[in-house]
Design a protein around this ligand. Structure first.
Ligand SMILES: [Zn+2]
Length: 363
């Protein structure tokens, strides 16, 4: 009973108040909610909008790639099919709108990689061919001093290989009995002409004159100069020794004889090379051949002169391939006025071949 009363009382106490209280609470909640919507309506809608935007942005689908395999481009996150690493979203802005052969890099990446750029201009396409080569003596600038008359080498003036000689320098002083005999012949012939001065026989006179000419020619063939022959004619003095002069200036690259040696006609005594012009033999691969032409310039450098470049001109392309090295010899001419370059130096060169519209070398 008591319980009931209290229960009833409780009910009594709550019910009338409670119903209006619940309603009131509901109203308050509704009001508060609608107020909330009203007051924060703007920001809410903008949030909705921005959400919508981001949905739209991600609707240009995020591409997922592997950090190790950039060629992997998948529309969904997951594992790399190659290395099974987790895929990462491709940074937007790096490869948007680029085809697979293009890349776009950020400013900092450009600076790190030290990438330089230059505007595109119209011009001839160029092919660069790199060649290695070795300097050689220009064969056309080689001269040999040979004995034109048999005899003994009494004195060799240039006594070591590498000595520099000028044109006309004394090179050899040689003893030659045959030379002496030839000079005597000339003097005899001259005497004969003089003796026949008063004779009327023109045949005899003619023969004597012919002998003089023949004797002079013989001396000339023995290597005497016209002045030396004239000297013998005027002084009437003969010499059993002959001096041979350098026919060109240059470097003695070979000394083939020794003092005191007896030599025959044609024996080589010295080899003199003029090194003011040199050859370079470059090696080219067969695949380089389409880009190489006679007359092209080869820029080359030598480890002996760091930072310095020289220019040579292709003068010959070997018609035969070296069967062992599978290369073709390309010969180039180079001027060497300052004597910097030396035979047998190694050089590395570049030929820049200009191409026309059809991809052929412009000669
Ligand atoms: Zn991977």
């Amino acid at each position: 009973m008591n319980d009931n009363v209290t229960l009833g009382n409780k009910f009594k106490g709550i019910t009338p108040k409670g119903v209006s209280g619940w309603i009131g609470l509901i109203i308050v909640i509704i009001l508060a909610f609608s107020f909330g919507i009203m007051t924060s309506g703007g920001s809410d809608s903008s949030e909705v909008n921005s959400q919508k935007d981001s949905v739209e942005e991600s609707s240009t689908p995020t591409i997922w790639t592997c950090s190790m395999h950039p060629q992997i481009k998948l529309p969904k996150p997951g594992k790399c099919p190659i290395c099974l690493m987790d895929l990462i979203p491709l940074e937007t802005g790096t490869s948007e709108g680029l085809d697979p052969s293009q890349i776009r890099i950020s400013q900092s990446a450009k600076e790190l990689a030290q990438i330089q750029s230059t505007p595109v201009t119209r011009g001839f396409a160029e092919v660069e061919i790199r060649l290695v080569g070795k300097i050689a003596i220009d064969e056309r600038k080689l001269n040999y001093i040979t004995a034109w008359v048999p005899g003994r080498l009494d004195r060799l003036y240039a006594d070591y290989t590498g000595v520099n000689v000028n044109k006309g320098d004394h090179m050899v002083y040689m003893y030659s009995p045959e030379l002496l005999a030839a000079q005597e012949e000339l003097l005899q012939a001259i005497k004969a002409v003089d003796a026949l001065g008063n004779t009327k026989s023109s045949i005899l006179k003619g023969t004597a004159a012919q002998t003089v000419i023949a004797s002079k020619e013989k001396l000339r063939l023995f290597g005497l100069t016209n002045e030396q022959i004239k000297d013998i004619e005027t002084t009437g003095k003969t010499s059993d020794h002959l001096t041979i002069n350098a026919p060109i200036g240059g470097i003695v690259v070979h000394k083939n004889a020794k003092e005191g040696m007896y030599v025959k006609t044609g024996t080589q005594i010295y080899t003199i090379a003029d090194l003011t012009e040199l050859w370079i033999y470059f090696e080219a691969y067969e695949s380089d051949l389409p880009w190489l032409r006679y007359g092209q310039t080869v820029e080359f450098s030598s480890p002996s002169f760091p930072g310095e470049t020289f220019e040579a001109v292709i003068s010959f392309i070997d018609p035969v391939v070296d069967s062992k090295k599978r290369t073709i010899k390309i010969r180039a001419n180079v001027e060497n006025k300052k004597s910097l370059l030396k035979p047998d130096m190694f050089v590395s060169g570049i030929v820049k071949s200009k191409l026309n519209n059809n991809g052929k070398v412009i000669d």
